[in-house]
Write a protein that binds this ligand. Structure first.
Ligand code: G6P
Ligand code: ZN
Length: 581
């Protein structure tokens, strides 16, 4: 067996290693600097209880973006030197973020031991490649992202680090081949196990969904679907699940070969970046001859999803509401009922209406999946979602792109079985029926990316300042758009976690209108350059006669108010948003 020694490598603290909402994300060029990744990994081990790290199993993998293989080799050596017993790696460095969460919670080694945590190598929906983004985030024993108390500790450690431990004598491990490679160090054997990226995840999905019912739908000649992995890691899972398990045709899969630069694209499943799928589904400029019944896409690390019907877009806010409304009955995992439901603050209130009608516990949390994790660990929440194309449940502690697609396929299968007719029930019919029952939340999000940070802060400060002058605000509205309701209340969202009582303040600026409409402004926590301003616009319509307007038309008055109120162009110099979703 190959022997290794532990060596202490001197280093210096490097600025700017504060993890954001989803870990540390920087350009590859930043990560490639000497000691940059090593410092962060050591700072993480130092922030964890050392008796837990010693002898532990740790997962290390990600979305396969550029520089993943190099990063894994660095982390393997530091893990070995810090007393980790076994590193679990998905074949070819690939594990989706939800699969990592599932692996932490479900997988056991030959001694029956689970993983203590994971380093997930991803920058999610940000582009990859030598000049693009890389990222690393740490997930804990419950399978969810590290809480702020831990990421703060990691950050503090990065500021005072002077040395890290690494293994001398461990060669680069071949991560393309399944198998275990063992090394002998001062604390005994250290193993690197490379395994099939899909096995644990697929096993879990089969305990949640009725695969036979979904297969019946997928193989029905009247049904057709298209799944676009945008060259992210989802492709690996899509092939296994949709093709092998559920009998879909190979032509149903688009961009399902993972690429380290995502084929030069922006792996974010929305109407702007998932261009090919949008075209296939009949939402582009030209109409294809045949349009599939159902379409879906994922982001780089496969935790996000976009759901489309034939020429029809399902907003993520509607998607979670519809899943919650249909879960019991359509999805075996929920046959005992839902423990509760939750959404992030900027997500539309479509879920609130479902919760009220079905008498479910409901929670509104700040943006960021970790807040749902706390509720789920306490058994208070079964289904949750965010406007940012994230949907999930308490089967793991991350949002789950493939799960969301399987949930929709389950609903379609269930509805079709119930209807029993010749014609298939469509996505559009399910959504419009939902609006008829619950009312419709017209919703859109405007993103202003890479704005000068100072300008963005000034805009936000201006909006906070206006909150104490609602008289002026309402006068302005009357002047420019008398058809818009008055602002009733305005505040900055603050959340008290019902489980650990921790308080998160300044989670977004809200303007709440008398008719239930909302404007929300927040700064993104996931960008890697400059600031991104997000503006969320929502309007509720309960009248079934008024639920079929094009969203952009219905929201035009509120948009105008939002832009004038915030002085968007004045502060940022932008007359148009970068992306509208
Ligand atoms: C990540 C988190 C999500 C969150 C999103 C917000 O994807 O996992 O939970 O909704 O970031 O991103 P933003 O850029 O709006 O801060
Ligand atoms: Zn992601």
């Amino acid at each position: 067996m190959v022997l290794f020694k532990v060596v202490k490598q001197e280093t210096k603290a490097i600025d700017g290693q504060k993890p954001g909402t989803s870990g540390l994300r920087k350009k590859v060029t930043v990560f490639k600097q000497d000691h940059y990744l090593a410092n962060f990994v050591q700072a993480t081990f130092d922030a964890l209880p050392s008796d837990k790290v010693k002898g532990s199993n740790i997962v290390v993998s990600g979305d396969g973006r550029y520089w993943s293989t190099e990063a894994i080799q660095i982390i393997i050596k530091i893990a070995a030197a810090n007393g980790v017993k076994r590193v679990w790696v998905g074949q070819n460095t690939l594990l989706s973020t939800p699969a990592v969460s599932a692996i932490i919670r479900e997988r056991v080694n030959s001694h029956g031991e689970k993983a203590y945590g994971a380093f997930i190598l991803t920058a999610s929906h940000n582009p990859g490649g030598p000049d693009e983004d890389f990222g690393i985030k740490y997930n804990c024993e419950n399978g969810g992202p590290a809480p702020e108390s831990l990421t703060n500790k990691i950050y503090e450690n990065t500021k005072k680090i002077t040395a890290y431990h690494t293994a001398d004598g461990i060669p680069n491990v071949d991560v393309t081949k399944i198998g275990v490679t063992s090394f002998e160090g001062p604390d005994g054997t250290f193993d690197v196990e490379v395994f099939d990226s899909t096995e644990d995840y697929v096993k879990l999905m089969k305990t949640i969904f009725d695969f036979t019912a979904i297969k019946d739908l997928i193989t029905n000649p009247k049904f057709s679907f298209c799944y676009d992995a945008l060259h992210g890691v989802a492709g690996v899972y899509a092939k296994k699940i949709f093709l092998e398990e559920l009998g879909a045709k190979e032509s149903s899969l688009l961009n399902c070969e993972p690429k380290e630069d995502f084929g030069g694209g922006h792996p974010d499943p929305n109407l702007t970046y998932a261009k090919e799928l949008v075209q296939v589904m009949g939402l582009g400029k030209t109409q294809p001859d045949e349009i599939p019944e159902f379409g879906a896409a994922a982001d780089g690390d496969a935790d996000r999803n976009m759901i489309l019907g034939k020429k029809f877009f399902v907003t993520p806010s509607d998607s979670v509401a519809i899943i919650a409304a249909n879960a019991v009955g359509a999805i075996p995992y929920f046959s005992g009922g839902l423990k509760g439901v939750a959404r992030s603050m900027p997500t539309s209130a479509a879920l609130d209406v479902v919760a009220k009608k079905l008498n479910l516990e409901f929670f509104e949390v700040p943006t960021g999946w970790k807040f749902f994790g706390n509720l789920m660990d306490a058994g208070m929440c079964s289904v949750c979602g965010e406007e940012s194309f994230g949907t999930g449940s308490d089967h793991i502690r991350e949002k789950d792109g493939i799960w969301a697609v399987l949930a929709w396929l389950s609903i379609l299968a269930h509805r079709n079985k119930q209807a029993g007719g010749d014609k298939l029930v469509t996505v559009e019919e399910i959504v419009t029926e939902h609006w008829n029952t619950y009312g419709r939340h017209y919703y859109t999000r405007y993103d202003y990316e890479n704005v000068d940070s100072d300008d963005a802060k000034k805009l936000m400060a201006h909006l906070v300042d206006l909150q104490s002058k609602l008289g002026d605000v309402n006068n302005l509205i009357k002047e420019i758009r008398p058809d818009v309701a008055e602002v009733q209340e305005a505040d900055e969202f603050e959340y008290k976690d019902p489980v650990d009582q921790s308080i998160s303040s300044h989670q977004g600026i809200r303007y709440l209108f008398k008719d239930g409409s909302r404007l929300v402004f927040r700064l993104s926590g996931t960008g890697s350059v400059g600031a991104t301003i997000r503006l969320y616009i929502e309007q509720y319509e309960a009248d079934p006669a008024k639920i079929f307007e094009p969203s952009a038309e219905a929201l035009a008055p509120l948009v105008e108010v939002a832009l004038k109120l915030s002085k968007m162009e004045e502060f940022t110099g932008r007359s148009e948003p970068t992306v509208i979703t």
